[in-house]
Design a binder for this molecule. Structure first.
Ligand code: ADP
Ligand code: ZN
Ligand code: ZN
Length: 798
C-alpha cells in the first residue's frame, strides 16, 4: 500500500505529492485526509495523505515508510481534499497551505489522539484488554500494533476516536438564577419578618415565576445583595447554573421571537424564489437596505433546509458575530446550531467543529473559515454582508469565502445567498448580467423611516472661522442628545496608513494622472507618490485648483478627538473603541455591552463600530471625516466610502426613536457621499461602474497584485524590475502591467516592499506564467531571503 503525501516543508521548492510506503501495521487505518509524520531529507515532517494507491512509478522497495499516523480518523474528507487542489489553482497557493487552513486551529497545535471505550470492555476482543487496563481509553501511539483490531471496533462502534486538546482556555462563565416555576415553592416558604431583603426578593420572584436572570442583573433589578439570593435559593425558590458570559442573557428577554415572523410581501417574494431553488446550484444576490429583514429571510430559508434533512452554513463578518446575532440563531434553531465566535478558545472551536463533523448540529454560524465546515449534506450557504473584505484571507491561501461557497454549492447542488445593503460592484455586476439572481428588498421590515442624513460642508466651517473638528451643527446635535439622555455614536473614519494632502478650502486631493487614485504623502522625501505606478511629484505649497495655501496633511487619531470632545461636552461620558482599547480578548464585547446598558452617552470609534451596533437609544450618528476613506489610495475608495456611510447611518434610529446622521466632509459633492445619503445604491453603482470602466479596474478588468519583500531596498526593487520584465514578455499585449513601485506601506519590520499590478480581461496563460514565476523565485530569489506573494483579485491594492 502506497500513500501520496503533501508534505509541510515551507521552503521546499516542489509543491507536489510524494509517495510513501504504508507499513503493514498502519494499513487497516490509513485513509486519505489523515495527517502523518514522514521522513523528509533528514527530518520528520507533517504531511497530509491525499491518495492511497497500490503502485508507484518509483521502486517500491526504495520508498520510505510513513513514520506515524497523526490521526486515527481523517481530519479532511474527499470534498475538502478536492477543494484544496482547486484553491491551489485558483489562488496560486501551495496545496499544503490550503489543506492546513481547513483544519481547526486546535489540531494544528499539540494534542493527543485516543481510542475511547464506547462499550463494556468485555465486548472487545481479549487482545485489546491489556491496552485499556483499568482506564476507558488508550493513547493511539501506545496501540500502534493493534490498529487493525481497533479499526474493526471503531466500525462496530464499540470504540471511538477522540482527541484530547490540552490547551483549553476556559470561557468566562456567569451565574444564572432560574426562578422556580411553581408558585407554591415561593409562596409557602416562611421568611422572618425582619429579613426585609429576603421578603423583597420573594416578592420579586413571585412576579417573575419561571424566569431566568443573570445573577448580577437580578440583584440590580430586585435591589438585593448576593447573600439574599443565595438564601432564597437554599430555600428552594431558585436554582443556579452557569452560562458562557458571551451569550449575554439580558438580551434573551429583549429578543423574544422563537418562531418565524410573518414575512412582508417583499420578503415573501425573495423567500419563495429561494425556496423553489433549494436543490439547485444557484447564487442569489439579496440586495436589501439596512433593516429590511434579510436576516429573517436567512432564518426562514435555513428552516426549510433543515426540514429537508440538510445542513446550512451561515457566514457573517467576524465583527457582526455579536451576541445579538448569536441569540437570534440560537433561539430559532436551539442546539442544532454551532456558533464559531471569537470568544471561543481553540479547544472550544474544535468541540464545535467536531459536532459538525459528526452531524450533531445542522447549522453553523461563523466567520470566514466556517466555510470549511465539514457538512456532508449541505443544503444552503449564506454570506451576510457579502461585500466585506474580511471574507478574503489576507495571507496564503488568499481565498475568498464567496468563491469557496460557490464551489461547494456546485458539489452539493445547493443555492448560495449573498446578502448586503451595499453589494460589492463585482457581485452586483454579475447579478445584472444574470449570473446571479437578484432579489431586492427596498423597504424596512418594520417600516421605520431611514434616518435623516445631513451632509456638512467642512470648507464652509473653515470659512466661518471654525477650526475645530466638530462642525457647529454636529456640536449642537450632540448637546441636544445629551440633554434628552439619548445616545450618540461618533465615527472617526481612520485608516492607519493613509496620509493624503487635502485643501481645506476647496476639498481638492491630489490624484495620480495615470491611475486615478490619491497620491500619498511621503514625509521622508517630502514628495507625493502613487504607489500603483510609482509616479511622484513635490508636495504642493498651494492648491493647484484654488491656489489656497490651506493645503496640508490630513489625519486625526481617536485620542485627539477624545480630547476635543472633552472640551466640547465636559460632562458627557465617553467610551472609546479603537485598536488600542480593544486589544484584549472580549474588550470589544465589553465596550459594546457597557454602551448598550447606557453606561456612556457617546461611543467614539473607528470603523469597527460601523457594524453590529443595534441599540434603541442611539439617535445620533456623527461621521467626523468622510474624506479619509474617500481618498484612500485604492481603486475601491469610493465603494468603501459608500458602504461605510450606509452602514454607520444604519446605526441610528433602529427602534422607535427616529435617527439623525451628520456626515462631515470637504468633498460634499462627491457621488459616493451624496448617494449614500439616501441609500441610492443603483445610481451609485452606475456612476462607479463608469469610473471603473474608464480607469480599467474591476469588474471590467481582473487584477493581480504581486509583492516582493526584502531587507535590502536595491535587491527588492531589482527583483521587482526583473519580474515585471518577465511578465511583460510573456503575457498578452492587451494585458496591462503597472509598476514596479514601492507599496503604500513601503517598509514593514525592516523589510522593503515592492509591488506590481497586472490588469487583464482575458489571459489564458496567466496561471502558467505565474507558476513559472514561482519556480524562478523558489529556485533563485528565495535563497537571498526575498519573499514573493501573489494576490489574485485583491480586495484592496495598498
Ligand atoms: P437586516 O438583516 O436586513 O438588517 P433584520 O432581519 O435584522 O434586517 O430585520 C430588521 C428588524 O426588522 C429586526 O428587528 C427584525 O426582527 C424585524 N423584522 C424582520 N422581518 C420582519 C417581519 N416580517 N415582520 C416584523 N418584523 C420583522
Ligand atoms: Zn483648493
Ligand atoms: Zn499611478
Amino acid at each position: 500500500m502506497i500513500a501520496e503525501v503533501i508534505v509541510d516543508v515551507a521552503a521546499h521548492p516542489i509543491d507536489r505529492p510524494f509517495d510513501y510506503a504504508v507499513p503493514e501495521k498502519f494499513q487497516a487505518l490509513t485513509e486519505p485526509g489523515m495527517r502523518v509524520k514522514v521522513p523528509f531529507g533528514n527530518r520528520k515532517v507533517l504531511g497530509f495523505i491525499t491518495q492511497i494507491k497500490e503502485t508507484s512509478e518509483f521502486d517500491p522497495k526504495r520508498l520510505k515508510p510513513i513514520h506515524e499516523l497523526m490521526d486515527v480518523v481523517p481530519v479532511l474528507n474527499r470534498e475538502m481534499l478536492e477543494l484544496a487542489q482547486w484553491m491551489k489553482r485558483q489562488t496560486v497557493c501551495f496545496e499544503i497551505d490550503a489543506l492546513q487552513v481547513m483544519v481547526p486551529a486546535a489540531l494544528r497545535a499539540k494534542y493527543e489522539k485516543r481510542f475511547v471505550l464506547n462499550a463494556a470492555i468485555e465486548e472487545l476482543p481479549k487482545e485489546l484488554h491489556p491496552y485499556f487496563g483499568t482506564r476507558d481509553f488508550v493513547r493511539a501511539q501506545e496501540a500502534e500494533e493493534v490498529y487493525g483490531l481497533m479499526k474493526k471496533e471503531m466500525d462496530k462502534g464499540t470504540v471511538v476516536a477522540d482527541t484530547n486538546i490540552q490547551q483549553k482556555t476556559g470561557v468566562k462563565k456567569v451565574r444564572m438564577v432560574h426562578i422556580t416555576d411553581t408558585a407554591e415553592n415561593i409562596e409557602n416558604v416562611s421568611i422572618r419578618a425582619n429579613a426585609k431583603q429576603q421578603l423583597k426578593l420573594q416578592e420579586f420572584f413571585l412576579k417573575h415565576i419561571g424566569e431566568t436572570f443573570e445573577s448580577s442583573q437580578l440583584q440590580k433589578l430586585a435591589g438585593v445583595s448576593l447573600p439574599t439570593v443565595n438564601a432564597l435559593a437554599e430555600k428552594g425558590m431558585a436554582r443556579f447554573s452557569s452560562m458562557e458570559s458571551y451569550r449575554d442573557p439580558s438580551l434573551l428577554t429583549a429578543i423574544d421571537q422563537k418562531h418565524a415572523l410573518a414575512l412582508t410581501d417583499e420578503q415573501q417574494v425573495a423567500f419563495d424564489a429561494i425556496r423553489s431553488s433549494l436543490n439547485t446550484e444557484k447564487t442569489f444576490l439579496l440586495h436589501g437596505i439596512t433593516g429590511s429583514g434579510k436576516t429573517e429571510i436567512y432564518l426562514q430559508t435555513i428552516a426549510q433546509v433543515l426540514e429537508q434533512g440538510k445542513e446550512a452554513i451561515m457566514l457573517v463578518p467576524e465583527i457582526s458575530l455579536t451576541p445579538q446575532m448569536t441569540i437570534r440563531f440560537k433561539e430559532r434553531f436551539g442546539d442544532l446550531v454551532a456558533v464559531l465566535h471569537s470568544g471561543l478558545s481553540a479547544g472550544e472551536k474544535y468541540d464545535e467543529w467536531r459536532k459538525i463533523q459528526r452531524a450533531e448540529v445542522k447549522v453553523v454560524v461563523g466567520a470566514r473559515s466556517a466555510i470549511f465546515a465539514p457538512f456532508q449534506n449541505l443544503g444552503l450557504i449564506i454570506l451576510d454582508e457579502e461585500h466585506e473584505s474580511s471574507y478574503k484571507q489576507d495571507d496564503s491561501p488568499r481565498y475568498h469565502a464567496r468563491d469557496v461557497a460557490i464551489w461547494r454549492s456546485q458539489q452539493h447542488q445547493c443555492p448560495v445567498i449573498l446578502g448586503s445593503a451595499t453589494p460589492s460592484l463585482e457581485s452586483f455586476a454579475r447579478a445584472k448580467k444574470g449570473v446571479y439572481e437578484l432579489l431586492a428588498l427596498k423597504n424596512r421590515a418594520k417600516n421605520q423611516p431611514l434616518p435623516e442624513v445631513h451632509i456638512v460642508d467642512m470648507r464652509e466651517e473653515l470659512r466661518t472661522g471654525n477650526r475645530s473638528m466638530f462642525s457647529v451643527e454636529l456640536a449642537e446635535a450632540i448637546r441636544e442628545r445629551l440633554a434628552r439622555q439619548e445616545q450618540v455614536v461618533l465615527f472617526l473614519n481612520k485608516r492607519g496608513y493613509s496620509s493624503f494632502v487635502l485643501c481645506r478650502d476647496c476639498g481638492t486631493v491630489l490624484q495620480c494622472p495615470n491611475c486615478d487614485i490619491s497620491l500619498t504623502y511621503h514625509r521622508a522625501s517630502e514628495r507625493m507618490k502613487c504607489h500603483y505606478c510609482g509616479y511622484d511629484e513635490p508636495v504642493p505649497t498651494t492648491c493647484p485648483e484654488c491656489e489656497s495655501d490651506h493645503i496640508r496633511f490630513f489625519g486625526t487619531g481617536t485620542q485627539k478627538v477624545e480630547e476635543e470632545l472633552a472640551k466640547l461636552v465636559p460632562d458627557a461620558r465617553v467610551l472609546r473603541m479603537d485598536v488600542d482599547t480593544t486589544r484584549n480578548k472580549g474588550a470589544h464585547e465589553k465596550i459594546l455591552s457597557a454602551f448598550g446598558e447606557g453606561k456612556a452617552d457617546i461611543l467614539l470609534g473607528t470603523q469597527m463600530i460601523a457594524k453590529g451596533l443595534d441599540f434603541p437609544n442611539i439617535t445620533l450618528v456623527g461621521v467626523l471625516s468622510a474624506d479619509t476613506t474617500l481618498h484612500l489610495p485604492d481603486f475601491r475608495a469610493a465603494e468603501k466610502t459608500y458602504q461605510l456611510l450606509t452602514q454607520v447611518s444604519g446605526r441610528a434610529g433602529r427602534d422607535v426613536l427616529p435617527g439623525e446622521v451628520y456626515v462631515q466632509t470637504y468633498t460634499p459633492e462627491h457621488y459616493a457621499i451624496t448617494l449614500a445619503k439616501d441609500q441610492l445604491y443603483e445610481p451609485f453603482y452606475e456612476q462607479e461602474m463608469a469610473m471603473r470602466r474608464t480607469s480599467g479596474y474591476p469588474p471590467y478588468y481582473y487584477v493581480v497584485n504581486i509583492q516582493f519583500t526584502h531587507e535590502d531596498l536595491m535587491t527588492v526593487s531589482g527583483y521587482a524590475q526583473q519580474m515585471t520584465e518577465y511578465l511583460r514578455h510573456r503575457l498578452s499585449p492587451k494585458t496591462i502591467i503597472i509598476g514596479p513601485s514601492a507599496s503604500l506601506i513601503a517598509r514593514v519590520n525592516n523589510r522593503y516592499r515592492y509591488q506590481c499590478l497586472i490588469k487583464y480581461k482575458k489571459e489564458p496563460k496567466l496561471a502558467e506564467v505565474l507558476q513559472q514565476l514561482i519556480k524562478i523565485y523558489r529556485s533563485d530569489w528565495i535563497k537571498t531571503g526575498a519573499t514573493l506573494s501573489i494576490d489574485m483579485n485583491p480586495t484592496a491594492v495598498m
